[in-house]
Design a protein around this ligand. Structure first.
Ligand code: SAM
Length: 289
């Protein structure tokens, strides 16, 4: 991707009629999006049981990514915010069902009905605030929480993303973990500026697989599991995370204001220097992030 369209205009404006046609008629884009979708489907690791699955394509655009799902025998629902992109998809007679909507407002789908999700070159758009009412953190939260809800237990979601920097990658990853997903980032061709591609691979539910697949390297070999960030090369090979444990509120362990006061009395009786009791003694502190 030569430039960052998300910095030019909101998606529904950037992908107008002219841009939607230009995008879909570029043989280079068609080829790139098809290979990204193939890889996302591979990372989705659907059971090889010959049964067609119901998949979601988030930010489906004109249906280039969804076509890969059809070619592999699956049913799909595509969501996109750009009417022009969806019009081109309709003209191209894609096989998926198309929904016009903003992923940042959450998905209104029934719980547990989706077998897997792919999203190609779309989710980084959520990191930008296009309107004064837009808060990227809240929009990512609405998206990932609603996505988690509509997935079947153990289902995977694979997002090929173009984060602008490390902070954006972290923002997206954190929002996904907070929504309950496990997983991390898989990077293909981490040492090639041109070929380098990032995939956020997530699993939901109790059957969540605790490890994520390996990225591909330039020599076609798999990259080894490596949680580290290579600052010099600005590459993350693979990071594997789980939902953060909720911090235990210390009051729950019985150490409330009364307990603190008793302890302080005890220490004073022993002749220790103890800070005076104030209205702040034993106060509840905000969680630190
Ligand atoms: C680069 S295109 C990719 C389209 C398609 N996945 C493909 O591979 O050809 C990114 C798509 O994400 C969509 N998009 C961006 N922000 C969105 C949002 N908030 N909700 C739904 N779709 C969005 C855009 O309208 C655009 O069609």
């Amino acid at each position: 991707m030569a430039s960052r369209p998300e910095l030019v205009a909101p998606p529904e404006i950037f992908y107008d009629d002219a841009e939607a046609r230009k995008y879909t008629s570029s043989s280079r884009i068609v080829e790139i999006q098809a290979s990204l979708s193939e890889r996302a489907l591979e990372l989705l690791a659907l059971p090889d049981d010959g049964i067609p699955k119901l998949l979601l394509d988030i930010g489906c655009g004109s249906g280039l990514s969804g076509e890969t799902l059809s070619e592999n025998g699956h049913h799909w629902i595509g969501l996109d915010i750009s009417p022009s992109m969806l019009n081109v998809a309709v003209e191209r007679e894609v096989e998926g069902d198309l929904l016009l909507g903003d992923m940042g407002q959450g998905l209104g789908l029934r719980p547990g009905v989706i077998d897997g999700v792919i999203s190609i070159s779309a989710v980084q758009w959520l990191c930008n605030a296009d309107k004064s009412s837009h808060n990227p953190i809240l929009r990512l939260k609405a998206f990932f929480t609603s996505l988690y809800r509509c997935l079947a237990n153990g289902a995977r979601a694979v997002f090929q993303i173009y984060p602008e920097n490390i902070n954006q990658r972290e923002l997206i990853l954190k929002a996904a973990m907070r929504a309950g997903f496990a997983g991390g980032i898989v990077v293909d061709f981490p040492h090639s500026t041109k070929k380098r591609k990032e995939f956020l691979v997530l699993t939901c539910g109790q059957r969540a697989v605790n490890s994520i697949p390996e990225g591909k390297d330039d020599d076609g070999e798999s990259c080894s599991d490596d949680d580290s960030e290579d600052e010099e090369n600005q590459t993350v090979r693979v990071s594997d995370r789980h939902r953060p444990q909720k911090k235990q509120k210390w009051n729950k362990s019985g150490k409330g204001k009364e307990w603190i006061k008793r302890k302080k009395e005890q220490m004073r009786r022993r002749g220790n220097a103890v800070p005076p009791d104030t209205k702040y003694t034993g106060r509840k502190r905000k969680d630190r992030f």
